[in-house]
Design a protein around this ligand. Structure first.
Ligand code: PLZ
Length: 453
């Protein structure tokens, strides 16, 4: 990573107890006007953010190990992104690409076609959110194949809109009482190595899913298989080697569109541009969002030209999709990712985090609460279990995850949990975080884990 200039001091600092008076006042205003259905993990209100630091309105500085859920990969106010946005807003904020097109959209499509796996002819469409990208990938797969069924997996997360709720596995808080859900969605078992009953290999786990697809849906009815190459909200689940390639090969043989949802795992997060690349998988369509926009709302689908161009003119779009300011930010963020070799940086973060977590597991011994360390790049996690059950019953421990996240926050570190069972602590630091700040954050996390063990 070449040298990064930070605007804010990269140091954790708590000015007093928090939430401080200004955050408390904002929270009171919020409670009177913002719907209670929107929850925030942290009780303080942001004032500024840069590199690995978020400051609040009361003068506290927190270490950011969440990147606003994997978005601010290049930092929350990266110089190049800020300049590009300033430049673009000074010219036009919007024309609507469906009315008056502009270069930024085309340039982002060129970048995505080049960066996504595979050397085949590709086409891209831009949208605003991850869910919208997933919805559109499904639209394309259905139209191009003339089939209806979409296969999703246990522990999957794909969004909160009606179709993507149906695709998401977890009921609470995402689906409960929000139905009825979209039809023709089928769920099959994921490869979740830590929680498999036997030592099943990736290829066998894929066969298990494929058999279910063939017997319960019928291959000729399936439009697409939709999968996160590393599951995000579901618990940073890395499928066993061979699982993804076997599914992709079956999809190819059966005229099924293989859709990789890389909304969370894409854009340098796992040490490659896309997590699919770790096993050489070339998806037919990739969904992208989060890190792609340098913090601005932008999402995309990039796919095989024959599939994407099957759609009639006017069949895809949206008022804001590929907004020019978001495109400018995206081009700047991609430049920064290349210039600072943020894939290399993510690989480096994986080494640092793995070494720390491994030492912690050794220190806590058999009675410890860390069931598994997993992930790739700067998408690493620990799955927590009840003391002493890590190798036996693997009893889930969501209480520990909650307690650890709360203890980290009290010490000035923002850290996120995830998982179907709520028992996973996940790390999603901005890739521009310094070693020193990351180390400080990991020290705080280790202390919190020791306390919870
Ligand atoms: N696909 C793989 O991770 C968003 C959701 C947080 P949107 N993940 C964070 C929450 O509780 O809402 C996500 C994802 C994957 C799709 C999405 C959806 O992306 O931009 O939130 O719509």
């Amino acid at each position: 990573m070449s040298e990064i200039h930070y605007r804010l001091e990269q140091k954790r600092h708590l000015a007093g107890s928090f939430p401080g008076p200004k955050s408390a006042a904002l929270d009171a205003r919020r409670k009177a006007v913002v719907a209670g259905g929107v929850a925030s993990s942290v009780p303080v209100y942001a004032a500024d953010a840069d590199g690995g630091i978020i400051t609040d309105v009361d003068g506290n500085s927190f270490i950011d190990l969440g990147s606003g859920i994997a978005v601010t990969t290049v930092g929350a106010s990266e110089e190049r992104v800020v300049d590009a946005v300033r430049e673009q807003v000074g010219h036009f904020t919007h024309t609507c690409f469906m009315v008056t097109p502009y270069e930024g959209y085309v340039a982002v499509a060129e970048e995505l076609n080049a960066l996504t796996p595979g050397t085949h002819e590709k086409r891209t469409v831009l949208f605003n959110s991850g869910a919208e990208a997933v919805e559109n990938a499904v639209k394309v797969a259905r139209l191009a194949t003339g089939r209806d069924a979409i296969v999703a997996f246990d522990h999957a997360y794909h969004g909160r809109t009606n179709l993507t709720m149906a695709l998401t596995a977890k009921a609470m808080p995402y689906k409960t009482n929000f139905g009825p859900f979209a039809p023709e969605i089928y769920r099959v078992p994921m490869s979740y190595p830590y929680r498999e009953e036997s030592d099943i290999k990736g290829e066998e786990a894929a066969r298990r899913a494929i058999t279910m697809i063939e017997k319960q849906i019928g291959a000729s009815s399936v439009a697409g298989i939709l999968i996160e190459p590393i599951q995000g909200e579901g618990g940073f689940i890395v499928p066993a080697d061979g699982f993804l390639p076997t599914l992709a090969a079956w999809a190819k043989d059966n005229g099924v569109v293989f859709i990789a949802d890389e909304v969370q795992s894409g854009f340098c997060r796992t040490g490659e541009w896309f997590a699919s690349q770790h096993e050489g998988v070339v998806p037919d369509i990739i969904t992208m969002a989060k890190g792609i926009g340098g913090g601005l709302p932008l999402s995309a689908i990039t796919g095989r030209a024959d599939l994407m161009d099957a759609v009639h003119p006017g069949g895809l779009g949206g008022t804001y999709g590929g907004n020019p300011v978001a495109c400018a930010a995206s081009l700047a963020a991609i430049k920064t990712m290349k210039e600072h070799d943020l894939n290399g940086r993510a690989q480096n973060i994986e080494r640092i985090v793995t070494a720390r977590f491994t030492a912690l597991v050794e220190e806590l011994g058999e009675a410890g609460i860390i069931g598994e360390i997993r992930g790739r790049g700067a998408m690493m996690a620990i799955e927590l279990v009840k003391p002493g059950t890590a190798r036996t019953t693997k009893e889930v421990n969501p209480e520990a995850a909650k307690a650890i996240a709360a203890a980290c926050l009290r010490a000035g570190v923002i850290i996120l949990t995830c998982g179907t069972y709520g028992n996973v602590i996940r790390l999603l630091p901005p890739l521009v975080i310094s070693d020193e700040l990351l180390g400080d954050g990991l020290d705080v996390l280790a202390t919190a884990v020791r306390l919870a063990a």
